[in-house]
Ligand binder design. Structure first.
Ligand SMILES: Nc1ncnc2c1ncn2[C@@H]1O[C@H](COP(=O)(O)OP(=O)(O)OP(=O)(O)O)[C@@H](O)[C@H]1O
Ligand SMILES: [Mg+2]
Length: 240
């Protein structure tokens, strides 16, 4: 029998115009920072925005927002809390600061549960921070979240980009919309990632330089929005 929660998920997400998963086949490329900054930037522009941290491996948007103590409200469903003008929900509220060593089916089950119990209000955008990789978590999101679109993050390193290329091809095969690709932590002027991205028929949205000042902005959204990364994300926000 089909899991009854999967049909509830469409209802829970039905009041959201655009659902954007910030994703990468590779870990540590800046997904969480790009996702959080994109959500803050869209909200600053006047859009109604939600941020959903679904990174089962290392939820971190609560740290970037300085919102470790914020809590959703329980009312049969979970109502996202408001942080910096964003509707905010993270699986950290489930796992606390413990590691959540979920395996295979348990991860799918937890993802279904979170999507099914969280009630989002009318939103222009829901930005989802995702775990790294092109395995079950990504495929579950594609399967479960109607109208999901992907914003892909890579670094300039061929090691990251090789995996990201596989991810792009897989999403293209699955006919999942890709908004475009961001090249983060750029330290050279090489155009190779841009050229290869465009050769795949994907929009190259921006290059974001490596920014030594970024670490000091973690936990402080105002400082974050003043960084080089935020300036680039602002341009991306105009085109998504
Ligand atoms: N443009 C940048 N300049 C300097 N440091 C950066 C930049 N982007 C991200 N970082 C740093 O790189 C590290 C990884 O960033 P982040 O946690 O956002 O990546 P992630 O892709 O979400 O990682 P994970 O795969 O573990 O979820 C962090 O320490 C972050 O501060
Ligand atoms: Mg992350």
């Amino acid at each position: 029998m089909a899991d009854p929660r999967t049909s509830i998920i469409s209802v829970r997400l039905s009041r959201i115009s655009r659902i954007v998963a910030v994703s990468s086949g590779k870990g540590g490329v800046g997904k969480s920072l790009v996702a959080t900054t994109l959500a803050l930037t869209l909200a600053k522009k006047g859009c109604k925005v939600g941020l959903f941290d679904l990174d089962f491996t290392s939820p971190s948007t609560h740290l970037i927002l300085g919102a470790a103590n914020a809590q959703p409200t329980e009312d049969k469903v979970l109502i996202p809390t408001i942080v910096e003008g964003l509707k905010y929900m993270s699986l950290i509220y489930y796992s606390g600061n413990q590691a959540a060593p979920l395996r295979g089916k348990d991860t799918s089950n937890a993802l279904i549960e979170l999507l099914a119990v969280t009630l989002w209000s009318d939103l222009d955008y829901l930005v989802i921070d995702t775990p790294p990789g092109i395995g079950d978590a990504m495929l579950d999101l594609v399967r479960l979240v109607p109208h999901i679109e992907f914003l892909i993050v890579t670094t300039f390193s061929q090691l990251a980009f090789e995996t990201v290329k596989k991810q792009v091809c897989l999403l293209q095969e699955l006919k999942v919309p890709i908004i475009g690709l961001v090249e983060n932590m750029k330290m050279t002027s090489a155009k190779s990632v841009q050229q290869q991205t465009e050769a795949l028929g994907i929009r190259y949205l921006a290059e974001i330089p490596y920014d030594h000042k970024l670490e000091a902005a973690i936990g402080n959204p105002e400082k974050l929005l003043a960084t080089e990364l935020a300036k680039k994300v602002e341009k991306i926000a105009q085109t998504v």
